[in-house]
Design a protein around this ligand. Structure first.
Ligand SMILES: C[S@@+](CC[C@H](N)C(=O)[O-])C[C@H]1O[C@@H](n2cnc3c(N)ncnc32)[C@H](O)[C@@H]1O
Length: 379
């Protein structure tokens, strides 16, 4: 039987001679290149099979073993397209076939693919819906690239406003869902990688609803904190904090604009998590300089985000691919290499800059997280 990845299967018809046997592959290195390309072309269809089956709620229907006829009837799918979908799902190991010929979602996939009320937030499940929207923005990929992403139809694309008070509450809530849900795992790793206890006051810039700041403060006795973000996000965060008066007394929400609000001077640690990447050097250079000026002597600036390797390497494929998602999502977001941050930090006046590689990634999708610590020197 052909494996799902077996590109020879794709070629069987055209390569077969009259005996039905596949003709020998041409020598000279063409076949491996062809196999690589055919594999890439199939990649799109595999993803669409997954998203299509998820949107049709096939996996919930297959929570327990079901016959093919039952499934087509329940989901009201035509015989031809429904069979095409079921066959592809089985071939991709998204559904298993029982000895009786019934189909069931494999136990390892069920927590992600079967819809359930009150299911815990799962990044992978969230991305199934989110990427459906992202992929729509990639339909004319050549135009997306040619326009530096400007042609994208992505609905939250214009979330970033020149006037931050224009960010709508419902957009802030949607934008924050994923970030809040994944922050706990990031904080866990950051706390093991950086000595927050050496500080008295932390200010988290672009701190969203304050989850990072509040979690670090809660885990660090004696630390006071503040987070700055657009008013709609800060309002959400302030409401959540009000439920915990003890923590609320130690965390100050600041509604503002990273590019316009003066950075308060009395914080000996300023942080930016998953945010510096949202703007180009022309915007971030002055922000780094303002942070440098606002810090006291020996104060530190900590940048936390996924970073590209210094040289192009296949291991960073996930980062290079995710960068395409940035083209769809925003006009300026991009990953930087640590050395690019260092150059910007040095131009802003920082002299003592350290790059920290955490012991592990916070979660599957968030590989290659780095911490950059920049210390303000005397004067
Ligand atoms: C990618 S999110 C990161 C949020 C948070 N640090 C985290 O890791 O979850 C970027 C954040 O920047 C905020 N933001 C966008 N424009 C801003 C601006 N001009 N001033 C302050 N915050 C801004 C967004 O509201 C959002 O919360």
């Amino acid at each position: 039987m052909n494996e799902p990845n077996d590109v020879n299967a794709v070629n069987d018809a055209s390569d077969a001679d009259e005996t039905g046997e596949p003709a020998p592959r041409p020598s000279g290195g063409e076949a491996p290149g062809e196999a690589h390309l055919l594999g890439l072309l199939d990649g799109f269809i595999k993803t669409k099979v997954l998203i299509g089956a998820y949107k049709l709620d096939l996996f919930t229907a297959c929570r327990t073993p079901r016959s093919r006829a039952d499934l087509l009837a329940q989901l009201a799918l035509p015989e031809r397209s429904g069979t095409i979908l079921l066959n592809a799902c089985v071939a991709l190991d998204l559904l298993h076939e029982t000895p009786e010929g019934h189909l069931q979602v494999p136990p390892a996939l069920a927590p992600f693919l079967v819809r359930e009320a009150d299911a815990p937030f799962r990044t992978t499940t969230y991305l199934l819906d989110y990427y459906d929207e992202v992929f729509r923005a990639m339909v004319d990929i050549d135009e997306l690239i040619r326009s530096d992403g400007a042609s994208s139809s992505f609905k939250l694309r214009d979330y970033f406003k020149d006037d931050v008070s224009e960010v709508r509450d419902e957009d802030a809530a949607e934008y924050s869902t994923y970030m809040e849900a994944t922050m706990g795992k990031i904080v866990e790793v950051v706390l093991t990688s950086y000595p927050f206890a050496e500080h008295r006051r932390i200010l988290d810039l672009c701190g969203n609803t304050g989850t990072f700041c509040a979690s670090v403060v809660a885990a660090t006795p004696g630390l006071q904190g503040a987070f700055l973000d657009v008013p709609a996000c800060v309002e959400l965060g302030a409401k959540a904090l009000a439920a915990d008066p003890e923590l609320a007394a130690r965390v100050t929400p600041i509604a503002g604009d990273l590019f316009k609000t003066p950075i308060p001077p009395d914080y000996d640690l300023i942080t930016m998590c998953r945010s510096a990447m949202d703007w180009g050097d022309a915007k971030m250079g002055p922000v780094y300089a303002a942070i440098h000026s606002a810090l006291p002597e020996n104060g530190r600036f900590l940048i936390i985000e996924r970073m590209l390797p210094e040289t192009n390497t296949p291991e960073a494929l996930a980062l290079y691919l995710r960068s395409f998602y940035f083209l769809a999502k925003s006009q300026t977001t991009r990953y930087r290499r640590p050395s690019e941050h260092v150059a910007l930090l040095e131009a802003a006046g920082f002299r003592d800059v350290e790059i920290i590689t955490p012991p592990r990634a916070p979660y599957q999708l968030f590989q290659s997280m780095r911490l950059i610590v920049a210390r303000r020197g005397p004067g």
